[in-house]
Design a binder for this molecule. Sequence first.
Ligand code: ATP
Length: 226
Amino acid sequence: MSLQLRDITLTYPDGDSRLTAVDHADLDVPAGSVTAVIGPSGSGKSSLLAVAAALVTPDSGRVVVDGTTVTGMNQAQMTAVRREKIGIIFQQPNLIASLTAAEQLQVMAHLDGRSARDARDRAVELLDAVGLSDKKDRRPHQLSGGQRQRINIARALMNDPAVLLVDEPTSALDHERGAAVIDLITTLTHRRATATVLVTHDTTHLSGVDQVAEVLDGRVRVPAAN
Ligand SMILES: Nc1ncnc2c1ncn2[C@@H]1O[C@H](COP(=O)(O)OP(=O)(O)OP(=O)(O)O)[C@@H](O)[C@H]1O
């Protein structure tokens, strides 16, 4: 279980020319470790994450998710890899207002074709893992921002992903809750052996992560010290 990005270049149309968002980037994320991806706004962090998530196909380079080469696949194959191997946590939890915490998780398992009983058991286990067992019957408006983000994390783990991709998980949280969310992601990564990429603006919570990659103008640099 690991993630490898090899010599990735991604461009977008920009008038008559192309804008290079990711420029010959390499990144290795071993199983059971968190790589924080930091860099200024517009440097290419989200673009890199979208490539790793098999949401966009790069112009060139190779993406390997848990031993499977994703580049060269068609959309249906990429979707299958996302379902089986990748968990994604976006900035905003995007929970469904009418569902309880447990149901938010169960609905994911339902989409993946698991039995109702299996889905319930897994939801209970993951709500426990994120410290929300006692909130399983609450709906989003009855939860705090930090609790909603925890549900979001638990939901992304329902398919037991090899790779966990997290985009700015603390942006809607205060400092203390943000630190707790990063700690939780790190703990779950180590415990469940996911290869985790954590895109963040916020460099104040990074003492517990395993590697920091700096992105500047689409180029990725992993300082030798970490
Ligand atoms: N869909 C798109 N079409 C055209 N250009 C895009 C698109 N998405 C991003 N870009 C451009 O690509 C570059 C990298 O953007 P990206 O969103 O990856 O950076 P980022 O580091 O994640 O920024 P932020 O921290 O502000 O989210 C920027 O110049 C951006 O304007």
